[in-house]
Write a new protein. Structure first.
Length: 256
């Protein structure tokens, strides 16, 4: 993940150049120089898009927008804080250098997974604004057309939900070494033809495939399905997950 990529371009954001910046903030934009001639700090401020920006329903802590950009539909996501910390620190993160900026890490991870022919959204650009030892971060990526989350599929009909496809999809990513930090039913998407994607790879990383972290990913997904079970019993959801797990194990055992 730290290898040199000659296609990457880094554009500085001087203090005061970002419309959504706060006093004294400065930063940078990371993008693919073969896809974009230049990047604009205004891309990362939803207010600058006006009516072409729409907040994503159910986007966790509210940090995501659908953007109707001139080059196509996109998703803009800001990296917000959750839990107890989020009560007094909404969007600031500890500065540890450019290579550790959360949006930059996810941008590079997505590009690496695409190079490995794995289904993830195409990143467009990532940015940060820094002041002192704290920074804020955003990422802009393509919006996948006509997709539904596994959570939505389960809510409509658990019997028809793509559980077997989900198991095979996760096995492919695990075989490539992706440790997804938040594998839940909202971060697995399918289109009408049954093609699946994984999204929201913040804090994800590539590592040697090991049983411990793979099982931790799967256990997190099972807990997610249990939380979304509604009036169904835990046993019913466990049976659903068993379908997913059998499919996962079958592909994993093939070593491909």
């Amino acid at each position: 993940m730290s290898r040199f990529d000659p296609t990457e371009s880094l554009t500085p954001i001087p203090a005061g150049a970002s419309a959504g910046g706060r006093a004294g903030e400065y930063g940078a934009i990371l993008f693919d120089g073969t896809q974009l001639r230049q990047a604009d700090p205004r891309w990362f401020d939803p207010a600058q898009w006006g009516e072409r920006a729409r907040r994503v329903d159910g986007s966790g802590r509210g940090g995501a927008w659908f953007i109707e950009a001139t080059h196509g539909p996109c998703v803009l996501r800001q990296y917000l804080r959750g839990g107890l910390v989020g009560r007094f620190n909404h969007d600031r993160h500890l500065w540890r250098g450019n290579r550790h900026v959360r949006s930059f890490v996810e941008f590079r991870l997505l590009r690496e997974l695409l190079r490995r022919d794995l289904p993830v959204p195409q990143p467009i650009a990532a940015s940060y604004l820094r002041r002192g030892l704290q920074y804020r971060a955003w990422i802009l990526m393509e919006r996948l057309p006509d997709v539904r989350s596994l959570a939505d599929c389960m809510a409509q009909s658990s019997a028809d939900a793509p559980l077997e496809q989900t198991g095979r999809l996760i096995a492919r990513f695990h075989r490539a070494g992706l440790d997804h930090a938040d594998l839940n039913a909202h971060n697995i998407l399918f289109d009408g033809l049954g093609k699946g994607w994984l999204i929201d790879l913040d804090r994800g990383r590539l590592r040697i495939p090991e049983t411990r972290w793979r099982e931790r990913n799967l256990a997190r997904l099972e807990r997610s399905l249990q939380k979304l079970r509604g009036n169904r019993s835990e046993a019913d959801v466990a049976q659903d997950f068993a379908r997913l797990r059998r499919s996962y194990d079958a592909l994993w055992s093939r070593g491909t």
